[in-house]
Design a protein around this ligand. Structure first.
Ligand code: AMP
Ligand code: ZN
Length: 465
């Protein structure tokens, strides 16, 4: 079964065929780094991390070039820097470090490149220059604007006709625009804001041109896959596409597949900073393992809305407890088999990244593995292999089961519990049952569950009721 991806441009699932299977390219729009990102911002991070892992599985690790950018020039960054009285780089470095730390805690691999707008300025200015030269853009009053009339397919990605966009424009149209839908490629900086020299006067770039130039510089146009949240289809991706095509790329080949994730919602509303209904990943990660949050984020198909609830997190925790529990009971089994991940195990992911179905398959493999371990059947080794391989493509089950269950305990508590468990083992060997029972009661009082297995006793901190 070939990999199928839902392409926003085609409005259908299409077989994924990279232009060059030895160099598969993907770009995903990343964060504006002026604050901690909320858990909704991390939905695309985790979703496209699964796609990155899957592509590496299919085409080889070295063949996949994945760039996820950082917007580090922006009004909000400027405002935050002014508020703290520091250069913008202090703000952007601080929040980029936090973002990368949170993404890693959620099990996301580092993309192969993380371009920053401030480090792409020459390419941005060059691209604007080419657009002006070929009549796709014009300079006016210190601004450079993209001429939407120059691109007959403008609106094709989002499915919005141009006149509808004009009727929908609520803001007053700037006098220097030839057409209300024209958008900014370059604009003058306000006093005190960061500024770059350009042929059109000192200023800074618009948001859309940054991404087109970063893609050109980092990956080269056209790319295979362009991703981001559904809110980016219009205007951001529509404008990126217009710029890219008018910069001399054949139509349809700015990006060959457009992928967009649905919103993460709080109640009925999109989680967003402007609505103030956000949960920061940075805070959640203090009370939940990253893997639990990752499981909850992948619990709905990426194009569907995802409701963020405490129950979803509890269910995620229970599911992972089950999987790690099975792995703990199977720890004496050496994973074996062909070594390759069977095609049928990949089927759900090959169907437009159907993560809920893939997670159901993980649970089924775990249940089968548990039964095989109990029966001591020869199936245990290949089942363990399949379970771990599929989990690896999804970024799950990377921890030792023991570490998973003991993750909530600090070092002192762990040492104390280890001591009690060993003493209890010794009491059992000596058949001193009252002492063994007393020690078990002491462990229970510490909220510890002891599991006796063929390779000795293991323990876990129980879920708080
Ligand atoms: P921003 O920092 O707002 O530009 O968003 C960064 C990325 O997160 C973009 O791809 C957005 O589409 C995505 N995003 C923002 N809010 C949500 C949400 N509530 N659910 C899913 N994706 C979101
Ligand atoms: Zn972008």
């Amino acid at each position: 079964m070939p990999l199928q991806l839902y392409d926003t441009m085609a409005r259908a699932k299409r077989d994924f065929v990279p232009a060059d299977p030895k160099r598969v390219t993907m770009y995903v729009c990343g964060p504006t780094v002026y604050n901690y990102s909320h858990i909704g911002n991390f939905r695309p991070v985790v979703v496209f991390d699964v796609l990155f892992r899957l592509l590496r599985q299919l085409y080889g690790e070295a063949a996949v070039c994945y760039a996820a950018n950082v917007t580090d020039v922006d009004d909000k960054i400027n405002a935050k820097a002014a508020e703290e009285g520091v250069p913008i780089s202090v703000i952007t470095d601080r929040y980029l470090a936090a973002y990368n730390g949170d993404a890693a805690a959620l099990g996301a691999l580092m993309p192969t490149a993380q371009p920053r707008a401030t480090e792409t300025m020459d390419a941005i200015i060059d691209m604007i220059g080419r657009l002006v030269e070929n009549g796709s853009a014009y300079a006016a009053e210190g601004h450079v604007l993209f001429n939407t009339q120059a691109f007959s397919d403008y609106g094709k990605l989002s499915g919005r006709p141009l006149d509808e966009m004009i009727a929908g424009a609520r803001v007053e149209v700037a006098p220097y625009k030839q057409h209300p839908a024209d958008f900014v490629l370059w604009k003058p900086s306000k006093p005190g804001e960061p500024v770059w020299e350009s042929p059109w006067g000192p200023g800074r770039p618009g948001w859309h041109i940054e991404c087109s130039a970063m893609i050109e510089q980092e990956l080269g146009l056209p790319i295979d896959i362009h991703g981001g949240g559904i809110d980016l289809v219009f205007p951001h991706h529509e404008n990126e596409l217009a710029q890219g095509i008018c910069d001399g790329h054949q139509h349809g080949s700015y990006a060959n597949y457009w992928l967009h994730n649905g919103f993460l919602n709080m109640g009925d509303e999109k989680m967003s900073k402007s609505l103030g209904n956000v949960a920061l990943a940075h805070d959640l990660l203090k009370i939940q393992p990253g893997e639990v949050i990752r499981w909850a984020l992948l619990g709905a198909h990426y194009r569907q809305p995802l409701s963020w609830t405490d129950e979803a997190l509890t269910q995620a925790r229970n599911s992972l407890d089950h999987l790690y529990g099975v792995l703990g009971r199977a720890r004496h089994i050496e994973a074996g088999g062909s070594g390759a991940l069977a095609e049928e195990q990949l089927e759900p992911l090959m169907d437009d990244l159907n993560t809920p179905a893939a997670m159901a398959l993980l649970k089924k493999l775990a249940t089968d593995l548990d039964a095989a371990v109990r029966k001591d059947s020869g199936q245990a080794a290949p089942l363990k292999q399949d379970l771990l391989a599929l989990a690896g493509v999804m970024g799950f089950l990377g921890q030792d089961p023991q570490t998973w269950f003991q993750g909530g305990a600090d070092e002192n508590l762990k040492a104390r519990i280890d001591g009690l468990v060993h003493a209890r083992d010794a009491a059992r060997v000596a058949k001193d049952w009252p002492e063994a029972d007393r020690l078990r009661a002491e462990l229970t009082a510490l909220n510890v569950e002891v599991m006796d297995g063929p390779a000795g006793a293991t323990w876990r901190i129980k879920e708080q009721a």
